[in-house]
Design a protein around this ligand. Structure first.
Ligand SMILES: Nc1nc2c(ncn2[C@@H]2O[C@H](COP(=O)(O)OP(=O)(O)OP(=O)(O)O)[C@@H](O)[C@H]2O)c(=O)[nH]1
Ligand SMILES: [Mg+2]
Length: 350
């Protein structure tokens, strides 16, 4: 799972990347594409590890890529850099600068931050427009303006020229597939993160922004990046007294993860053995045979059946062998739809 992080320079993109990945080693000024991993806190996996005592366990992680700091002055160069770094994302997160004033501790007025969001959105629409226009020119030269491709691109062009992201279009699955090669920035599901000043941390600052996001199907959260970064610098055992401060509940990481899961309709399943207990993330609606393919292509190819039970059932029975012995392990076929929290065993033969 891969989420891209972008925003205007100075909005706190690097700060948010550091605190989500709990990694304080990031350079202030970015030189290359910074990629960090957010390891999920997963109590279900911890319980499975307690019961199964495997040699190792592997937690699900989200890859977060800093796409670059957009500055109005930087123009085309930075755009193409963002497009290339954004390749293969599952979602995009925009950081908006919500702090200002002396010591940057106050919150910016709502109209300014709304303006920042629409300006970033325009910027991304313009970026997506470039390859569409050049392809259209080519199709015009070749006399192919009546082709299916040209008709689709014309619709997309009109949408982007209105400053409306492609994700808001009602596109057929086939059309989506046809344009997937363009890696449009405005096609990724979007999360907006307002990075607010510490004076009002813990309050809900921008209801207008949340409304705007929810109207357009985007997720929204507020973080006080600076406070959380300062907290990360304090050793865990000394953090207690600070956690009572409003806005310092250290839950941005968890809130971010749960928004990503909701936004992308993801579920987690687990595989267990004495070697390894591992969590896997798949889209809701994934079938047993598709889940098998996530683990290994051989398992998908030679799929015979899946055995399943939920993580808490397994924990209360005390292990996979015990579950099998007592007949609690359900036998499921290839079309079985994976449920969140399932422990899955794939039987296969190649
Ligand atoms: N007051 C306050 N300052 C913050 C907050 N988040 C970041 N800053 C400060 O803002 C400055 C820029 O933060 P960065 O995280 O480096 O921002 P960036 O968007 O990566 O910008 P670049 O410097 O262009 O890479 C730093 O001095 C941060 O300490 C915040 O929530 N509140
Ligand atoms: Mg930065």
């Amino acid at each position: 799972m891969k989420v891209g992080l972008a925003g205007y320079s100075g909005s706190g993109v690097t700060t948010i990347l550091s605190l989500l990945s709990e990694d304080l080693s990031l350079p202030e000024k970015q030189t290359g594409p910074e990629i960090r991993y957010l390891k999920l806190i997963d109590k279900r996996l911890d319980s499975l590890v307690d019961v199964c005592r495997p040699k190792k366990h592997t937690t699900v992680q989200i890859e977060i890529v800093e796409l670059g700091d957009l500055g109005p002055e930087e123009g085309g160069g930075i755009r193409s850099q963002i497009v290339s770094r954004a390749a293969g994302l599952d979602a995009m997160a925009l950081v908006l600068r919500g702090f200002w004033g002396p010591r940057a501790s106050q919150c910016r007025p709502a109209d300014e931050i709304l303006e920042e969001m629409s300006s970033l959105s325009d910027e991304f629409c313009l970026t997506d427009l470039l390859p569409v226009e050049s392809r259209m020119e080519r199709l015009a030269k070749e006399g192919k303006l009546a082709s299916r491709e040209a008709v689709l691109l014309e619709k997309i062009k009109a949408q982007l020229e209105e400053g409306d992201p492609i994700r808001n279009m009602d596109l057929a699955a086939g059309d989506r597939k046809d344009i997937s090669g363009y890696q449009f920035l405005t096609m990724y599901p979007l999360m907006v993160i307002a990075n607010v000043g510490e004076r009002e941390a813990g309050e809900f600052i921008y209801p207008e922004l949340e409304r705007k996001c929810s109207d357009s199907g985007s997720s929204y959260m507020e973080i006080c990046g600076l406070l959380e970064m300062e907290l990360l610098e304090i050793p865990i055992e000394e953090r207690g007294p600070f956690l009572k401060d409003p806005g310092l509940d250290m839950q941005s990481k968890e809130r971010f993860v749960s928004l990503v899961f909701r936004m992308l309709d993801l579920v987690t399943f687990y595989t267990v053995s004495d070697k390894e207990v591992r969590g896997w993330v798949v889209p809701e609606g994934t079938t047993a045979v598709q889940a098998a393919g996530r683990i290994h292509t051989d398992m998908e190819r030679g799929f015979i059946r899946a055995e399943a039970l939920s993580w808490d059932e397994l924990c209360s029975i005390g292990g996979l062998a015990e579950a099998r012995g007592s007949g609690e392990l359900r036998v499921e076929g290839k079309d079985y739809v994976i449920r969140d929290g399932d422990v899955i065993q794939i039987r296969f033969n190649i």
